[in-house]
Design a protein around this ligand. Sequence first.
Ligand code: NDP
Length: 458
Amino acid sequence: MTRLATPSMNSAAGEKLDRFMSGLIKRNPGEPEFHQAVQEVAESVIPYVLEHPKYDEAQILERMTEPDRIVIFRVTWEDDDGNIRANRAWRVQFNKSIGPYKGGMRFHPSVTQSLLKFLGFEQIFKNSLTGLPMGGAKGGSNFNPKGKSDREVMRFCQSLMIELSRHIGEDTDIPAGDIGVGAREIGYMFGQYMRLTNRFTGVLTGKGLAFGGSLVRKEATGYGAVYFMRNMLELKGEGIDGRTVTVSGSGNVALYCIEKLIELGAKVVTASDSAGFIHDPDGIDAHKFAWLKDLKEIRRGRISEYAEQFGCEYHDGKRPWGVPCELAFPCATQNELNGDDAKRLLANGLVAIAEGANMPSTLDAVHAFLDATILFGPAKAANAGGVAVSGLEQSQNSLRISWSREEVDRRLKDIMKGIHEKCVQFGDDGNGYVNHVRGANIGGFVKVADAMLAYGIV
Ligand code: NDP
């Protein structure tokens, strides 16, 4: 990890940051992703806390970095060949000061407690920024849905829900999707929850439209990231139309980010998956996008097939950050863009970046973008559209109504605008530059911290 204190900090804040992070690392050994996520927040929040001693005296940041609870359990299931399989699953219920726990479930072989603690911690701030009453949580399993049959995925989801159902509820904790958990998995989990409880409630979000899902939920994270980018560019009197854009990933977030970018007149020249990336210098147009969406959402194919279909370059085992662009949207996974990638992007004329994935940039990369004073939309702000529309799905479930596509999209735009305004409020450097990282961290922190102060010593 890079030296803890950043150069722009005064010495009191730097010392406190070093002390705070050493303690956190000692208490949470072997959890590098969690350390990284906390440090990114602490770099902004510690100077603020020192200026506002009520938070320091009440040890708010120390309490906020300790989850309320973590449930760990075994998920046993039978594969199609009759073999008995066992996976591990978690639900990290991090903080419910401003509302019931809310956050996705991730199914991927790389899932560990560290990964889920980082995601759950980020979720506290992100949910707070949306302005909706949602606490922070995250869950998942090291189960790999790739290559499994629908029946295997169903048996796994049903077995997982037998235990998870004891810990969730529409006023307690409302899980959603994430990597490896889409409409299919949410359907299986929701179906099992209903069998177990005999209740039809909004206990999961990302549901199918036929059973309580919201219009625009599946598009929300990608669309929201593009709306956030537009808000950032407007600060400089600029826009998205005609820009050359790189996107990583080709899953839920990346696909709808690309769709909205095409609609707004940008030229998207890359997409990727865990095997490599495609470079299409002519841009992914609406026709190619429809093909790509079918490839990824229906046929569950590989991104290399796009290159074969449309005769463009495919770079095996590589990431797209060497391709010149003005705007970049990392939408695949954590730590997919490092300090060297950031330098390359900047040297190639990058103007702005919005994080669609959670923590896709390493700390070195974040520092490089901020030092270059380019517009940088951190994940907890830029990708909050997904959880925001999840919150709207809950509202519709409670009200027993469904809003139109236009209504949900309008609310999503308003929420992203509100998040951006909060970033400006707390991140304006006063010299014409808005540090959206500081703005998002402090903007998310204050509401949760004030609620925690009101509850006393709990
Ligand atoms: P999906 O599973 O739909 O897609 C993930 C994409 O990232 C796929 O293209 C996948 O490729 C690629 N990917 C996954 N792991 C790696 C890896 N280790 N290296 C390179 N590429 C990888 O997930 P989502 O689109 O839902 O999520 C993407 C990111 O956005 C995650 O960080 C998630 O936490 C975040 N996010 C998602 C939200 C949502 O609403 N879905 C909300 C907010 C944040 P492959 O198919 O080969 O695995």
